[in-house]
Design a binder for this molecule. Sequence first.
Ligand code: MN
Length: 364
Amino acid sequence: MTENSGLRFAAYSDIGNSRQVQEDAVLAEPPIFAVADGMGGHAAGDVASQMAIEIVAQGVREQEVGLLESVARANRAIYQKSKSDPAMSGMGTTLTALLVSDSDLQIAHIGDSRAYLLRDGALERLTEDHSVVERMVRQGKLSPEEAAHHPQRSALERALGVEEETAVDMRNLSAQPGDRFLLCSDGLTIHLEDDEIEDILTEFDDPASTSRRLVREAVDAGGMDNVTAIVVDFPGARSVPAMTLTPKKKRARRIAIAGIVLALLLVATLMARAAVSTSWYVGERTGRVAIYKGIPESLGSIELSRVEDQTRIEVDRLPELYQERLKEGIRVATLAEARDLVAELEKLSSELPEVSTTPPGGNT
Ligand code: MN
């Protein structure tokens, strides 16, 4: 990790588990940072990526041309070498470069390496893959999931050095304090989802351990390709949203909450079912006394009782105290008790409505 003009940055690369050659090349010399991922038979891929890095670095160092023209020069040089040297025929390279000038940033991009920005705790992808599968995703011919596992996912539509002239995506943006940029080769993104990348970028602080961790996770997840990550931090506290849960933790929390809710619902349902099957109460139904099986409650819209017996006793004709209690439901232990209570209520209702004595049983 090095510091320069307040930038903290680090680059880390690994050959991976299945490649014999390291064809990724890295540039981390402020104000320019770049990842190039070379391709081509034999040793040509690493030549192309090295050429791209060196020519772009030189262009920026000498400041005689801008970033776009430096990239165009690299394209022409690689193309000419591939035409003049049969061993280099067909070589090419991706290039994703970040040029920093105070808070003004420029990104030049061709191929399927990527640039990401972590700002305010959220990860944003700044580049579009120039791959056949990503175009098919944009056209709706493939789902992102299909693309991620497509055998031709590394087939590029555009790369540096393949044609004499090529289109390069250019993007300008302004940095904010605490911004964290990631440049990486596809060896990282074929193994790590964006939310996993976001997790690591959020979790680790210094650029060296962050870039090392990113690469390590991709290698451990298979390491099918060379893996490269450059992390560039702008000075300032890395702002995080009020909720500092990372997506992985958010997902885990969502699953946990769903599990708890399900468990509670299950318990409530079982309790309700037990209550309904063993409890009785006497209540009111359309103005008359009724015996219910269950409890005088509801679970959301689910009533936890059903009418067992509807009597002809009018609730209005009962003492007020009973009217109130019947509205809430008078719980009893058995159907026999419910019938006893109904018999008493029947007696009460046949007496004068002004009766205000303590009801039988004495319990108010
Ligand atoms: Mn690659």
